[in-house]
Every structure is written in C-alpha cells, then in structure tokens.
Design a protein around this ligand. Structure first.
Ligand code: HEM
Length: 385
C-alpha cells in the first residue's frame, strides 16, 4: 500500500558494515545501524557522551543555532541522574486514571470534529491540535494555551523550509521566558510544570532560569513532531489496513501491543547522536575521540536478527524489544504520555470509525547521506466515517 508502507532504507548497510558515515555541516556522523550495537553504544555513556556542546548530539547539528543546553537530554551522569530525578515522577503522571480519563475526553472530542467534518488534512487539522492539546495535560496548564502552540506549526524549532533557521526558536524562547516569569510570581502554589521546576532542588540549590528553560524546550521539542508523526502515521496505517482496525475492535486487549508495534514500525525519531570521549570502535569500525556517532533507532528496529518479519506490522507481536523510545539512561521521558496518546487514539478509532480513506498525500522523506527514509507525511488528506 503506497501510503501506509514505511520502507527500511538501512537494510543493505546494516547487513554489510553495520555502520555508515554521513556528512553533516562538516561534522560527520557514523550511524550505528544494528540492534545489538545501538544498544551497546547507548549503554556506554562514558564512551559516547550526550553532554557535549549543546546541539551537537542532534543531527543535523544545532550548535550554530542554540546554546541553551537541553536538560536532562544533553547531560551525562552524575548530573543527568540528578536532573532526571527531578522530573521522573512528573512524567509518569500519564499513567494515572484521571490523566487517562482527561486524555480520552480530549481525543474523543478531536475525533468528533473529524467525524462531523467527514474529511480533513490529518497533519495540520488533527495531529497538530491533538498533540498540542494533549501536551497541556502533561504540563498541567490551561487547555487554552494549546491554541497558541498550534499557531507555531508542526515544528517548534525548525521552520518548514530551513532546518537551521534560528529565528523560529526565538518565539519558543520568548514564550518560555514569559511563562517562567508568570509562574515565578507564585511558585509555591502553582500546579503546572513551571512551578514544579521552580520549586525543585538540584544538588541543594534551586534550578536557574536557564536550566528550567532547558527542560521546557525539550518538553516542547521532543514531543512535537514525534507525536504528530506517530498520530498521522497511525491513521494512514489503518486506512491502508482496515482489517487490523477491525481486529482491534474485536479484541481491545491487543491495543497495548499494537502501540509498541506501531512505534517500532514508524520509529518517529530516526536517530540521535553521541560524541566519543576517547578513541573507540563500533562494529569493527574505528571512532576517533571527539567525533560523532548516532544511534539509529529506526534501523535497529528493522533488524531481522531480532524481529521476525521486521518490515511487517504484526499488531499482536509479543516480544518486542524495539528501541523507538531509545535505550539506557536517556530513554524517553515522554514515553508514558506518548503511549497513552496512541492507546487512547487507537481505542477511539477502533470503537468509533468505520472507514478511513486516503484521498491525497505528500510523504515526509528525511535524507541522511544516501539514505532516504519516510518518517511521516507533510500532508495526509482523508475521508473518515
Ligand atoms: C528521549 C523518542 C515523545 C521527551 C527520547 C529518546 C528517543 C525518544 C528515541 C532517546 C534519545 C537519546 O537517547 O538520545 C520519542 C518518540 C516519541 C517521543 C518516538 C513519540 C512517539 C516524547 C514526548 C516527550 C518526550 C511526548 C515530552 C513531552 C523526551 C525527553 C527525552 C527523550 C525529555 C530525554 C530523556 C533523557 O535524556 O534522559 N525520546 N519521544 N518524548 N524524550 Fe522522547
């Protein structure tokens, strides 16, 4: 099916060398492609650090467009451990019953809107507002704030045509400055994430504004296009595979497994970089000190040595050690939220939707050196009933 297939561009290179170097603004990246080596390198944070110059572990590198460190993402132990401890419980709130109930109400009202219209463009008219409004639950802030974020477009950090446009990030920074100042007027009684961070104690002191911004930027950026793509791709998948939606309707207990399988298959975050702290070796290939590797979650997730029929969506797949949310100490903090969004969405689709038909679409293809990878859609026009 042309729109619901997400081919694996890494198969040959993963099989041959297991690693492939690509250029990025003169700071090359060796992409690690096999499941075993991705896990091993992610585990070895002493050799492959995240706490390099801010922006350098992101591909394409953002060193020239930002100097605020994203927290806890761009730190290593022991700082990482201490930062993460401040927010770990907060990011598990999505598992609470009241959170799931609020999310269910929210997603059903998005679906009401779609079903009433009968047709829509999924990325901008469904996934973006859904992601933005759901994020108000994670921040525990007024639902109304989402209307503001929706206006920023699908990527908070990058403009659509220029991935390295620094101007775009400023609107997020300015917004965060204002929000932190607002929460700072009464941090003791505030109930949102800003107030939580303003009250937090890091190694016996309060967090700086810069550090709070570092957490908030990551919360906005990390959960933006990943969730938008996951939601959009899920609708495309069920449009192309209505029998799977029918099976989920018959057997809602399969939903949890379906969520994991779709995250494996779509792998909304293709890869993330690390900087070698010393001369090292991956997959028999030398990695020089102060050069970059990347952990290619998307390539690892199609490794035939780990996943039977890796290029097929098997919604009832049992053992599913996918790396879609990363691996090791940096594994995704937003995963409980993202999993709940997808679970509630799939349940609502299975219960309420009879037919999804794609009428027009434009793929979103990433280019990594020679690799071309479909990560989602720029546009997905559907009819829904
Ligand atoms: C880390 C994927 C949604 C916040 C990660 C990592 C991956 C990932 C692969 C590991 C990065 C690394 O090791 O360098 C995804 C996917 C998502 C998603 C596929 C959606 C389907 C979210 C959401 C949020 C979020 C909704 C928050 C709103 C974070 C944070 C980290 C992270 C804060 C860094 C954790 C740390 O460094 O300790 N994510 N993510 N993510 N993600 Fe997500």
């Amino acid at each position: 099916c042309p729109f619901s297939d997400f081919p694996d561009p890494f198969a040959a290179a993963r099989e041959a060398e297991g690693i492939q170097e690509i250029d990025d603004q003169g700071d090359p990246v060796k992409m690690v492609l096999g499941h075993r080596n991705v896990r091993k390198s992610a585990h070895d944070w002493k050799t492959y650090q995240s706490g390099a110059k801010p922006g350098r572990i992101v591909v394409p590198s953002e060193v020239n467009i930002r100097d605020i460190r994203q927290i806890p993402f761009e730190t290593d132990p022991p700082e990482h451990t201490a930062y993460r401890a401040l927010v770990e419980a907060w990011f598990r709130r999505p598992l609470e019953e009241a959170y799931e109930a609020a999310l269910t109400e929210l997603i059903n009202s998005e679906l009401d809107r779609a079903l009433n219209a009968g047709a829509m463009e999924v990325v901008h008219d469904f996934a973006l507002p859904l992601q933005s409004r759901a994020l108000t639950l994670l921040l525990n802030c007024p639902r109304q704030e989402a209307e503001h974020w929706i206006g920023w477009g699908t990527h908070v950090f990058r403009s659509d045509d220029d991935p390295l446009d620094s101007g775009k990030a400023n609107q997020l920074y300015d917004y965060l400055d204002a929000e932190i100042a607002r929460a700072g007027k009464d941090p003791e009684n505030g109930t949102d994430l800003y107030a939580h961070l303003l009250r937090a104690e890091y190694k016996g002191r309060k967090l700086t504004i810069e550090e709070i911004k570092g957490v908030m930027i990551l919360t906005f950026a990390g959960g933006r296009d990943t969730v938008i793509n996951a939601v959009t791709n899920t609708l495309a998948y069920f449009a192309g595979n209505p029998e799977d939606l029918a099976r989920l309707k018959e057997n809602p207990d399969l939903t949890t497994r379906a969520v994991e399988e779709l995250v494996r298959y779509f792998s909304p975050l293709t890869h993330m970089g690390r900087v070698a702290t010393k001369d090292a070796e991956v997959s028999g290939c030398p990695v020089a000190a102060n050069t970059r590797i990347s952990l290619a979650w998307a390539a690892a997730n199609r490794d035939p040595g780990v996943f039977e029929n890796p290029n097929e969506v098997v919604i009832e797949r049992k053992a599913n050690p996918h790396l879609g949310f990363g691996f090791g100490i940096h594994k995704c903090l937003g995963a409980p939220h993202a999993r709940q969004v997808l679970k509630v969405l799939i349940n609502a689709l299975a219960r309420r939707v009879n037919k999804i038909e794609v009428t027009n679409y434009e793929d979103n293809i990433e280019q990594w050196g020679e690799f071309e990878r479909k990560v989602g859609f720029h546009r997905l026009q559907i009819q829904i009933s």
